[in-house]
Design a protein around this ligand. Sequence first.
Ligand code: NAG
Length: 235
Amino acid sequence: MRSTSLLSSLSLLASFLAASHAKGSFHESLKNHDNFITADGYGPERWGCSFRDTQVHESSSGTRITIGKDSDLKPYSCGELIYQEEDLAYGHYSIDMIASNVVGHVTAFFLIANGDTEIDVELTGLNNNIAWMNIWHDNKQNPVSVDLSFDTSEDWHTYSFEWRKNYVAWFIDGELVLNRTDIPTTKPWDTNYRLVINSWTQVNPEVNIEWAGQFEYPTDGQVPQAQFRNIRYRP
Ligand SMILES: *[C@@H]1O[C@H](CO)[C@@H](O)[C@H](O)[C@H]1NC(C)=O
């Protein structure tokens, strides 16, 4: 009796300790941004755009991030939403997206620990029949493209990744498409991981041109946009 109760107290203690790092599941419809920070007034130099909250739009079908020409800081304005929790952990992350089909316009969903590791799903308007899965680690990118049987700009599709200690696996519409065990990731308890969606423009002819193409604002009146809904996480 004694040893049984000691064992069960130990396992209770163990699960309590594990729980202090583990997060609960969450689901964000993205119809509103109550649990997000909207980036405003900055953005990487090489992208040629600054994040502006005016480009991030709530709607009954989710979030739309548009590209504007009205930035006072850079040639274009773009958008980014950052989930409020700062120390996300291993688990399964997913989102529904409709990508932009404008060349040079990137639609992205990623987990980021600045300077440590980034786990990405990126769709570019240069080729809407592939998805890019990437891990940044030690300042090195490791992108892999996955061929798709659909056009990413035409309809909602679910893009996910499962991040574990020994691997990152990506799924599209629930089907496993890639599993990488060759790139390490910084452990969640050694840094702070945040979850981000963004939509931005590639304008520097020297960077990423073969990957995303060079952005030019459409002259036919089209406003470039990327759509996002249903961020889901489960440990
Ligand atoms: C990815 O590969 C690792 C190593 O083979 C394996 O343990 C893991 O189950 C795989 N993940 C998925 C989602 O298949």
